[in-house]
Structure formats: C-alpha cells, structure tokens
Design a protein around this ligand. Structure first.
Ligand code: C5P
Length: 248
C-alpha cells in the first residue's frame, strides 16, 4: 500500500488532493462552491487570507472542507509562537511554517498551537525548499549544498523539532521517505497533470509520479483554478489519484 493511505489514514482518495485557492475572493468562493461535496481539502494562502481574514476558513469549514492554511510562518520564535496560536485559533486543520526558521522557531510554533488546547490540534507542516526554486536559485541565496541534501537536512531538523509533517517537491519526496519512513505527512506542491504548464514552478511532477514517490497529499492550484472548467480539471486529477491508489 502507498504511503498516502498510511499518512492521511482516511482511505478517501479525495483527501490526497488539496486545491490551492490562490485567487481573488470572488473566484475562490465560486470555485469552492462548485467543488463542495467533490473535493475535501482547500488551501488558503496569503493571497486570500490577507484579504478575508479568518472568516473564510469558518465559511469553508461550514461547507465541509478541511483547510490547509499556508501562511509559511518565518520570523523570530516569539513572533511565530503568537502567529501559530492565532492561526490555529482559526480552526485550520493544517498550517505551514518554514523549516529554515530553525529549531527554536519550529518549537515555538508547536508551543503556540499547544497553548490553545484544541480538541483536534492544528497540525504543522514544515516547508523545506520552495518548489519554485532550482539549483541556481538555491546557490544565489547562499546555499552551496545540492538541493536534495539541503531538503533532507531541513526535513530532519523540522521533524526533530516538533513539526508534524513536511512540504517538499515531488522530486525529493522519495529521498525523504527513505530517510524518515512512512509516518510523516508529506505534502507536495509543484504538481502538474500531463500537458499542464509549469508556470513559475521548477521541480514538478504529475499526480501519479508524486504519489508513487511517496507524497501523502498533493497541492494543486492553477491547473484546477485557471482551467476553463475547474470541476472537470479537479475530477481529472482525482481520477489519476484513484487509479494509482487502486493499483498499489
Ligand atoms: O498553482 P500551483 O499549483 O503552482 O500552486 C502551488 C501552491 O503551493 C501555491 O499556493 C504555493 O504557495 C504552494 N507552495 C509551493 N511550494 C512550496 C510550498 C507551498 O508552491 N514549497
């Protein structure tokens, strides 16, 4: 069985796809309405959250969605502790933080969330290296190590300092599974169905390849939200996921 089923522990293939609503509020609400009952997870990122605030999460929860609040926290530990507590208070199911923030910051995020005493605590995923980066971008910001080794070091750091899971590109997920086993939730953006454009993403793969490499969940944005028919685009991705899960 694939790690996907293990990591999400739901057995529902729809939980393997997180639809990233990086669009104006009106479009996001419209797409969510169309995906109601079809998709189970939505991603609310900075574009939408800075516009709407926590209300949008409440609204999507009422529609039955689970929410990945992708705010990519990265600041001094004190600030991140407070930010993580505020973000968790929205009821978000999943929250992203940057592994590059270091051990103290990662633990501060966990403490901030723990201070809330939620029935189901918000889970964190630590971003390793953004999927828009390539080796050249990495060197330009002063990281001399190869991509995979930097991603592995950040993943190890995050998992030993209270992150609940990781975000990495589909191209590194097999390496992380080898390193960390089947337990951690590993979320992969940079997913492009065959024939879809890469846009600003660099380290991409198809849904099938990302799942076979060990991703727990796939974040898919523009291939769905910018499609002429977002529901049909979502269903095509889901069909690919269902086929992979049925065969493995
Ligand atoms: O539209 P697209 O499918 O490229 O959207 C990918 C989403 O995943 C974006 O919302 C982006 O913020 C997010 N993301 C990413 N790379 C990471 C972490 C999150 O692309 N490392």
């Amino acid at each position: 069985m694939l790690e996907t089923a293990y990591a999400t522990q739901t057995g529902d293939p729809r939980d393997s796809i997180i639809v990233a609503l990086d669009c104006p509020e009106h479009d996001a609400l419209d797409i969510a309405e169309k995906l109601k009952g079809k998709a189970t997870w939505l991603k609310v990122g900075m574009t939408l959250f800075y516009k709407t605030g926590p209300e949008i999460i409440k609204h999507f929860h009422e529609q039955g969605f689970k929410i990945f609040l992708d705010l990519k926290l990265f600041d001094i530990p004190h600030q991140v502790q407070g930010a993580a507590a505020s973000a968790a208070a929205t009821g978000a199911d999943l929250l992203s933080i940057h592994a590059l923030g270091g051990s103290e910051m990662l633990e501060a995020a966990a403490e901030g969330i723990a201070s809330l005493e939620q029935c189901t605590p918000t889970q964190t995923v630590a971003i390793t290296i953004l999927t828009s980066f390539d080796e050249e971008t990495l060197k330009a910001v002063g990281v001399a190590k190869p991509m995979l080794s930097e991603v592995e070091d950040l993943a190890r750091l995050a998992m030993t300092h209270k992150a609940n899971g990781l975000v990495c590109s589909p191209q590194e997920v097999a390496g992380l599974r080898h390193l960390l086993g089947t337990a951690p939730r590993i979320v992969c953006p940079g997913v492009r169905p065959t024939g879809a454009g890469a846009q600003d993403q660099s380290r991409i793969a198809t849904p099938k390849d990302a799942l076979l490499a060990g991703a727990s969940q796939l974040v898919i944005g523009r291939p769905i939200t910018k499609a002429e028919d977002p529901v049909a685009a979502f269903e095509a991705c889901l069909k690919e996921v269902e086929e992979v899960l049925a065969e493995n």
